[in-house]
Design a protein around this ligand. Structure first.
Ligand code: BEZ
Length: 219
């Protein structure tokens, strides 16, 4: 089991761009690994198409994306044509690689299996996992959706924005935050230092009298 803050395993895998070693492929980028039950399935196709369309947004944020599905490279390549057409994308190439995890070895190692969804042989398929890895190869986010629920990739981008912002400044992002909204000063910043660091600070008055909600415009 990989926990937040752990170094993400440097696995090797067959992919649509050839064999990779995860850390070498990442170089000094952020990385998002997202998994799928199988090729040529409806929800997965919508998700991969959405990521094709959002791809420039990931590039802007220095994030490399890689998908995983429990099928062969050959099938992945055929599926990519469907995904591009479904997503209304032109161009011959597919912007990001897909891992071929036919025997579910990686899915098992990373605990991504969904026991409630089985393939024709009765073997559990891969659920919809998302792992975000930072340039130091540390795992920074892990979410696991069931096979029957498609993910929201705008939310994944929002998390990347929050992680990158909070790595740079001692702030945290509140509920439903969107880039440009006010943020919170992290509780670890002492009141004695907060005004100098955040001159536009607004402390919210609360019945407890404790000034712990310290808002500031997004740095
Ligand atoms: C799908 O991608 O549509 C799907 C795959 C496995 C189980 C349920 C849905």
């Amino acid at each position: 089991m990989v926990n937040l803050g752990d170094i993400f395993p440097n696995f090797s895998a067959k992919t649509t761009i050839g064999d990779i070693q995860f850390h070498d492929w990442l170089q000094d980028s952020w990385g998002i690994l997202f998994s799928h039950p199988a090729d040529f399935t409806p929800v997965c196709t919508t998700e991969l198409a959405r990521v094709v369309n959002l791809y420039p947004e990931f590039v802007k944020r220095n994030v490399k994306v890689i998908a995983l599905s429990c099928d062969s490279v050959e099938n992945h390549k055929k599926w990519c044509d469907d995904i591009k057409v479904y997503g209304g994308c032109s161009g011959d190439s597919f912007p990001y690689p897909i891992i071929a995890d036919e025997d579910r070895e990686l899915a098992t190692t990373l605990q991504m299996l969904d026991p409630d969804e089985k393939d024709a042989d009765g073997i559990p398929v891969t659920a919809r996992a998302v792992f975000i890895v930072d340039p130091n190869k540390k795992m920074r986010l892990s979410i696991l959706y069931p096979a029957t629920t498609g993910r929201n990739f705008d939310e994944i981008l929002r998390v990347v924005d929050s992680l990158q912002l909070c790595d740079k400044h001692k702030v945290a992002t509140p509920v439903d935050w969107k880039p440009g909204d006010d943020v919170m000063v992290q509780p670890s910043v002492p009141d004695s230092e907060v005004k100098a660091a955040f001159p536009c600070l607004m402390v919210v008055a609360l019945p407890s009298g404790k000034g712990y909600i310290r808002k500031t415009p997004q740095p």
